[in-house]
Design a protein. Structure first.
Ligand SMILES: [Zn+2]
Length: 275
């Protein structure tokens, strides 16, 4: 499932191929992926070019040269692939955009593509919590927001209201890095635990973005970067395996009806203080 690091990796990598070249053929293979007809969609994009790529949470936002935006929200099984025009993508593409000698394929049944004005985009984004990489999400603002929440750490991290872009994988990895159980109630966390959680969130999301995230579909031919963080995950979907070479075995628990992975030896009710 694409989360913040996977989309941040795409944002960093795609610019070299898709910016500043006119959009040629546009094909929508799944009419349900947008809210206009395939003809309208194609007409709105053909001849435009992409000036800039932005990411908010897990949304990838393409800034078009007419001031409009194309928002891409990938589904759970969604991925992107960029290759030579006429090549075949490694998945069933929901949409294809031709950009000069390259094509951008968008995969994942249920992935959403929306053409928006700046105001329309603002309306979509205002429901989201701050992006962890934005200047607005500081240790202080994060602590303040967290104090207002109630419920399990895992659900608060994945809820998209406190911060956006974190799903099950990185919520579990962040909780592990902070030394906190995914089931702890956020209202019970002391200041030190919240500070440690902020630090762990920034570090894990940045390391995962730098390492290419965890998606296994290559972004382009010969791609060796995408998915590079997969073997650096310590707990997520690693039940029965040690958290670190000498560590205890990862276990699974139920948090508000969702599976969460954790290490029973490294994670606590409050962040441990080493003296
Ligand atoms: Zn451990």
């Amino acid at each position: 499932m694409p989360e913040l690091p996977e989309i941040e990796h795409y944002r960093r990598q795609l610019g070299q191929w898709i910016l500043d070249r006119p959009i040629g053929r546009v094909q929508l293979n799944n009419a349900g992926s947008t809210d206009v007809s395939p003809e309208e969609f194609s007409e709105a994009l053909t001849g435009r070019s992409i000036l800039f790529l932005e990411r908010r949470g897990t949304f990838l936002i393409l800034h078009l040269d007419n001031g409009h935006r194309l928002l891409i929200a990938l589904a759970k099984d969604g991925a992107l692939h960029c290759g030579e025009a006429g090549a075949k993508p490694p998945f069933a593409a929901q949409a294809e955009l031709e950009l000069g000698d390259r094509t951008l394929w968008i995969g994942g049944r249920g992935s959403v593509l929306r053409l928006l004005t700046v105001r329309g985009l603002d309306d979509v984004l205002k429901a989201l919590g701050g992006d962890p990489f934005s200047r607005q999400v500081t240790p202080e603002s994060f602590a303040k927001l967290f104090k207002k929440r109630r419920g399990a750490l895992r659900s608060t991290l994945t809820g998209q209201k406190t911060v956006s872009g974190i799903g099950p994988r990185y919520a579990d990895e962040i909780a592990f890095a902070a030394g906190l159980l995914p089931s702890v109630k956020v209202q019970d966390l002391n200041d030190e635990s919240v500070a440690r959680l902020y630090e762990a969130m920034q570090r894990i999301l940045l390391e995962a973005s730098d390492a290419g995230g965890c998606l296994q579909t290559p972004l382009y031919e010969g791609d060796t970067l995408t998915g590079g963080y997969l073997n650096q995950c310590r707990v997520y979907e690693r039940e029965g395996q040690p958290c670190t070479p000498e560590g205890a075995k990862v276990e699974k628990m139920d948090v508000s009806g969702k599976k969460a992975y954790y290490c029973p030896q490294c994670q606590y009710e409050q962040t441990p203080v080493f003296s």
